[in-house]
Design a protein around this ligand. Structure first.
Ligand code: APR
Ligand code: ZN
Length: 252
């Protein structure tokens, strides 16, 4: 097991530092993750969120998606110290890219800028036929007014801008993520089970290109045996301690 000082020394020594985050970053903000005990996949069926189901049964798809979405976006969700620590590392010039699987927008809300959204965003929906886009709240109003699946003026059925199972990840985002993983000297995977590909393959890409792999995650991940540093600690405590130590080292 590792400690914040060891991880901070690796980050301070590195030229290119890249983070990959998952739902574990946001549990301290009150958003359940997917695969922990009591996670969202205990309450919802993953198969309800495939692109095939959106096409075959858009009305029931939207009902389920909006119920899931309510957990991610209930009004008072805010960034927690883990998000703040990654934003601070970026502002201190110690983090070059933040690849996230999360769609809750909390990295941007914390002030991170170099964010690559691998799984899209949960704040808008787009018409697949004409590209028109609406905020998810507008889609919710239409569904709750009894309209059924929110439909565009052109006749297309809006699709949430989160990547659905069975759907390709945004090509530009995945290309940038691979480029970042290949170039990383330190690759920090935080708050993710690393079980869903292609995001879950990025640590492998980083290791193959010579990166030091750091994994900060409460549960064990498939990289436990390959990571240089593993911390089974809460990210909302561990990452701020790393950011504090990196700042101290930079002041020397
Ligand atoms: N600190 C550290 N680790 C945490 C914390 C915490 N406070 N809270 C949860 N975790 C860990 C859990 O141990 C778990 O292994 O975060 C991990 C979250 O894993 P998942 O729930 O699988 O979430 P994620 O890896 O982001 O899932 C990837 O799967 O369902 C799809 O599209 C969805 O983006 C998601 C993708
Ligand atoms: Zn349209």
């Amino acid at each position: 097991m590792t400690d914040p000082d060891t991880v901070a020394a690796a980050i301070a020594d590195a030229d290119e530092v890249v983070a990959l985050t998952g739902a574990g970053l946001s549990t301290a903000s009150g958003i359940p993750d997917f695969r922990s005990e009591g996670g969202l996949w205990d309450e919802f069926d993953e198969d309800a969120f495939t692109v095939r189901r959106y096409r075959a049964d858009p009305e029931r798809f939207w009902d389920d998606w909006l119920s899931l979405h309510a957990h991610l976006f209930d009004g008072d969700v805010a960034p927690n110290p883990a998000h703040d620590a990654l934003a601070r590392l970026e502002q201190d010039g110690q983090l070059d890219a933040l690849l996230t699987q999360n769609v809750d927008g909390l990295h941007l809300a914390a002030g991170s800028d170099a964010v690559v959204h691998l799984h899209g965003t949960g704040t808008s929906a787009t018409c697949p036929d004409c590209g028109a886009s609406i905020p998810v709240e507008a889609a919710r109003e239409r569904v709750e007014s009894g309209e059924g699946a929110p439909t565009c003026d052109c006749g297309g059925v809006y699709k949430p801008d989160t990547v659905l199972f069975g759907e390709q990840l945004p090509a530009a985002a995945m290309q940038e993520a691979r480029r970042r993983a290949e170039a990383a000297d330190v690759f920090l995977a935080a708050g993710s089970s690393l079980t869903v590909d292609p995001a879950g393959l990025l640590p492998d890409t980083a290791i193959r290109n010579g990166a030091t792999l750091v994994v900060v995650n409460l549960d064990r991940t498939k990289y436990a045996g390959r990571a240089d540093h593993v911390a089974r600690e809460p990210v909302e405590a561990f990452l701020p301690a790393v950011a504090d130590r990196v700042a101290e080292l930079a002041d020397r």
